[in-house]
Write a new protein. Structure first.
Lengths: 109, 117
């Protein structure tokens, strides 16, 4: 099994940058995913890291350090529509995803 | 391309009643997952299918939960009888297994929000 920790809530201003940290303890690590979930909707895929380093995709970037059991999701140029829950998920083995409880990000004007 | 489809979106039942949820995965996806998401928590895997075979049902409470995926496409998850603690969102996800390796991403449906009174 694994322990996945991420902050419960974060608040930021429109146009700003927010960094959501995720720490994990697991055996058989095989990748880390970030999903975005708006209230009442499906989790949607944002990013995937399996090797150390930074993956950039538009306004969103994700970083992984396997030796530290640490990842972060960086949201730049925040927009109101970015208000959502962000889920960190660790894949163990071929397919088993274990999710953190999610970080609720609130973007204020 | 259509995403994962689930129905109903909402269901309210009294305890001890049966309930069923339906999922239609993304076309061509041969791997299907059922998750349960409690309020304020991340999704937790209940069962995984490869085609019509349940290859991991270790987290499914088999005394009251059952699932099937006839013909390896649509799937149904059933609870009988429902208990108060079953109130949650039930999410279906799908992915494509090729050459013995999974692609990286599971795609989720919008879920069915179950309330047991």
């Amino acid at each position: 099994g694994q322990n996945i920790d991420q902050p419960t809530e974060m608040t930021a201003t429109e146009g700003a940058i927010v960094q959501i940290n995720c720490t994990y303890q697991t055996s058989g690590f095989n990748g880390l995913f970030w999903y975005q979930q708006h209230a009442g909707e499906a989790p949607t895929f944002l990013s995937y890291n399996v090797l150390d380093g930074l993956e950039e995709k538009g306004r969103f970037s994700s970083f992984l350090s396997r030796s530290k059991g640490y990842s972060y999701l960086l949201l730049k140029e925040l927009q109101m529509k970015d208000s959502a829950s962000y889920l960190c998920a660790v894949r163990e083995g071929d397919y088993k995803l274990s999710f953190g409880a999610g970080t609720t990000v609130t973007v204020r004007a | 391309e259509a995403g994962v489809v689930q129905s109903p979106r909402y269901k309210i039942i009294e305890k001890k009643q049966p309930v069923a949820f339906w999922c239609n995965p993304i076309s061509g996806h041969n791997t299907l997952y059922w998750y349960r998401q409690n309020l304020g928590q991340g999704p937790e895997l209940l069962i995984r299918y490869e085609n019509e075979e349940a290859v991991d049902d270790s987290q499914l409470p088999k005394d009251r939960f059952s699932a099937e995926r006839l013909k390896g496409v649509d799937s149904t998850l059933k609870i009988q009888p429902a208990e108060l603690g079953d109130s949650a969102v039930y999410l279906c996800a799908s992915s494509f297994l090729a050459g013995g390796r999974l692609t990286d991403t599971q795609y989720f449906g919008p879920g069915t929000r179950l309330t047991v009174l």
